[in-house]
Design a binder for this molecule. Structure first.
Ligand code: SF4
Ligand code: SF4
Ligand code: SF4
Length: 196
């Protein structure tokens, strides 16, 4: 993929670059479709929005003060929480020349168009092995992570799904890389919907 990204950089440097950066450029679309795996796009954005409007200019990558935006397929932005969490500052949106297409309004929930985002604690958590730790709870500003001491012998991290903003700050904090993010489960259908 690095090689492919390199190819795109040289394409964009070509004198015909303006023409080549037109939004529905077929080669670009094909490259996106081949990338296969689900990529986390910047907050307020989505795969479709990036496909429709992103020109791979890199402005948002440079603007992000947390350095969590890195170049994904064809130089388009993707989120990498291994460097830290999103503060929802909106600098990526403000820097983007194509913001009207690439980003939803900032009043919207930042991950809404990507299925919502939640932290998830994996099997690697030290508490699962009886080793005390609660480093992740200190990294979580909204206090969505708590040590539940009712679970023996050393407790278990409990996630408050309502409080979690999907900021990803806990991912970098965990010394065992036991935390990742997942999309929010769809709400259970109400009785009225079920019988409609
Ligand atoms: S909102 Fe701010 S911290 Fe989050 S990805 Fe955009 S620039 Fe980075
Ligand atoms: S600033 Fe906008 S157009 Fe440029 S790479 Fe980021 S999302 Fe794409
Ligand atoms: S993703 Fe953010 S809000 Fe959610 S648990 Fe981790 S640090 Fe807390």
């Amino acid at each position: 993929m690095a090689l492919l990204s390199g190819c795109f950089s040289s394409l964009w440097d070509h004198p015909q670059a303006d023409l080549m950066q037109q939004r529905s450029f077929p080669l670009r679309r094909a490259l996106f479709q081949r990338s296969g795996t689900q990529i986390l796009r910047p907050p307020w954005s989505s795969e479709q929005r990036v496909l429709d409007g992103c020109t791979s200019c890199g402005a948002c990558l440079n603007a992000c003060p947390e350095a969590i935006l890195i170049a994904g397929p064809a130089g388009t932005p993707k989120v990498d929480f291994t460097n830290g969490g999103c503060t929802f500052c909106g600098d990526c949106v403000n820097s983007c020349p194509e913001a009207e297409t690439v980003f939803a309004p900032r009043k919207d929930e930042p991950w809404a168009e990507q299925g919502g985002l939640l932290a998830t604690i994996g099997d690697g958590c030290m508490l699962s092995f009886g080793i005390s730790c609660q480093i992740c709870t200190d990294s979580c500003e909204p206090e969505a992570l708590r040590l539940d001491l009712s679970v023996r012998p050393v407790g278990r991290i409990k996630l408050d799904t309502e409080a979690c903003t999907g900021c990803g700050a806990c991912i970098e904090a965990c010394p065992e890389q036991a935390i990742s993010t997942t999309t929010r489960p769809s709400p259970a259908p109400s009785e009225e919907t079920k019988h409609a």
